[in-house]
Design a protein around this ligand. Structure first.
Ligand SMILES: [Zn+2]
Length: 214
């Protein structure tokens, strides 16, 4: 438990550190084991094949894809499985403690990166954070609307009615996700923030409905 916490903490720290570093310096990374310059591949040294610390600038660069809200999910899944097979701690059973530790850092980073990018809502929040454009917004009218909707849902008892509400909420989530994609394409971050706020509300409503169906 503690070990996992420490690994996650390190991953978090590394990602912050290198995010900052990438924007401020032009320094390059060298292999900790043989001092070779790491140019094309930041995860494994081209000369001695040693696994490296997590040097990547962000989750997108870790997967070798462009920083963009629009992404091909199947392609991301494929890249995830490929990377997972390369950095998984099981592959480092006979390696040195340092290499084992690095593989654990990569595995945590990879899982966190995948979980974030595969989910449109988490991906949207992540991009806004990277761009320094995430801001708390209020939409009182919408909040009241959702509160009333949730109250109506709480009272629903008929399974078919619950199912039909769920399908309506899922349609809303779908069209808001489409609107979110368009706002990112237009670099309209205010609109993206608004869509995400609404998506967060609808997500809670969706969970509420699913709980009622159990
Ligand atoms: Zn090396």
């Amino acid at each position: 438990m503690l070990k996992r916490f420490l690994t996650n903490y390190r991953v978090f720290f590394n990602s912050l550190y290198y995010y900052r570093l990438a924007g401020t310096t032009t320094s390059h990374n060298i292999c900790w084991k043989c001092a070779q310059n790491l140019t094309s591949n930041l995860t494994f040294c081209a000369k001695c094949q040693a696994i490296q610390p997590v040097y990547h600038e962000n989750f997108f660069s870790y997967f070798g894809i462009n920083k963009s809200f629009s992404l091909a999910e199947e392609d991301l899944k494929k890249r995830f499985r490929q990377l997972q097979s390369m950095v998984h701690p099981d592959k480092f059973g006979k390696s040195s403690p340092k290499e084992k530790e690095l593989s654990e850092s990569h595995s945590s980073f990879l899982n966190q990166a995948y979980k974030t990018l595969i989910d449109p809502r988490a991906r949207g929040h992540y991009i806004l954070k990277l761009e320094n454009k995430d801001k708390p917004i209020q939409d009182n009218e919408f909040a009241v609307e959702i509160m009333e909707l949730n109250e109506r849902i709480e009272e629903l008892e008929d399974v078919n009615e619950i199912k039909s509400s769920l399908s309506e909420v899922q349609d809303q989530i779908k069209s808001l996700t489409d609107a979110l994609e368009i706002s990112f394409q237009k670099n309209n971050y205010d609109e993206a923030n608004k869509c995400l706020l609404r998506l967060n509300f609808y997500e809670r409503t969706r969970k509420l409905l699913l709980k009622k169906l159990k």
